[in-house]
Design a protein around this ligand. Sequence first.
Ligand SMILES: Nc1ncnc2c1ncn2[C@@H]1O[C@H](COP(=O)(O)OP(=O)(O)O)[C@@H](O)[C@H]1O
Ligand SMILES: [Mg+2]
Length: 315
Amino acid sequence: MEFQTPTGTVAAVNEFSLTLQPGETVALVGESGSGKSVSCLAVMGLLPPSGLISSGSILFNGEDLLSFDSNRRRRVRGKDIAMIFQEPMTSLNPVFRVGNQIAEATQVASGAGKVDSMKRAKELLDLVRISDAESRLKNYPHEMSGGMRQRIMIAMALAGKPSVLIADEPTTALDVTVQAQILELLADIQKEMDLAMLFVTHDLGVVAGIADRVCVMYAGQKVEMGGVNEVYERPLMPYTAGLLSSVPRLMRTGRSDRLTTIPGSSPEPGTHRTGCAFAPRCTYVQDICREGPIPLLTQQSREARCIRLDDLSLA
Ligand SMILES: Nc1ncnc2c1ncn2[C@@H]1O[C@H](COP(=O)(O)OP(=O)(O)O)[C@@H](O)[C@H]1O
Ligand SMILES: [Mg+2]
C-alpha cells in the first residue's frame, strides 16, 4: 500500500496480512505512523485518491473486495463492514440532530423507510446504552459529551448490523474514565452481536481486557501476532517487549514497576532499509539483523518478524 506524494511514491504498508474470525476481537497495535489507519481504510475502501494498493487482496467471505466495483464496495461498507474513528466530532455533521443522522445511516444500510429508521435509531441508542433516547435523538452533536458522541458513532456503525467492526483508536480522544466505559460497551456489543472486531490502538494497555489476539505493526509491517495472554507473558519480538514495558504494571503480571520507553523513533515513511526495520532501536541487534529482509517466522500458533526469535528470552 503506497501513497503518491509530490516527492515520489512512499510505501506506507507492506508485508501485512491479518485474518479475522467471526466473533473474535483482534487488536492492531503499533506506534503512530506504523500504518494501522491506512490498513483499516484500505479494508473499508476509503483510502484517499493518492493511496494505492499495488498488490494483495482483501477477502471477505471468500471474495476479494478489491475486485468489487465502487457500488458493490459501498454496499459492503454500509452493511457488512463498519468502522468507527478516533474523533467522533469530525464524523458527525454539526448541523443535523443526531437522531436524523442515525436514521439516515439506517436508511442507507437497510433501505428502511423514514418511520422505521427512526424506530431503529431509538433501538440503536438503547444498544449503546444511551438512556432517555427519545430526547437524546433531538440533540445536536455539540450538545453531547465526547463519550456520548462516540456512542452515537458506534450506533451509526451498527445500523446495518455488520458482521465486522473496525474501531480505529475509538477511545484515544476521550478521558480515562470515559475511555473505560466505551471499551466496556464495545466489548459487550461485540459479544451480543457476535462481531468480528478489529480494535486499533497505540496503547497495549487497553488491549488486555478486550482482545483475543494481538497484531503488532512496525513501520508498515506485521512484526508480531499471537494470543493476547501469550504475547503479554512472553513477547517474541523485541519491539513488542518494548511496547509492553511501557504499559503500567496493573495491566500485566510479574513485571517491574518501572515504565520504560523505546529509545529512538520509528523510521520515516519510505526509508530504504535492508534487514530489520527495528534494528536501529533494538537492544538485541546483531550484524545479521541488518543483512537481508527478515521473514515472518512462526512458533506454534504465533508469528514474529525476528530472526532471534528462538534464542531471545524477552519475558
Ligand atoms: N494521505 C496520505 N498521504 C501520504 N502519506 C500518508 C497519508 N496517510 C498516511 N500516510 C502515511 O502512511 C503511514 C501510515 O499512516 P497511518 O496508517 O495513519 O499510521 P497510524 O494509524 O499507525 O498512526 C504514515 O507514515 C503516514 O505518513
Ligand atoms: Mg491512526
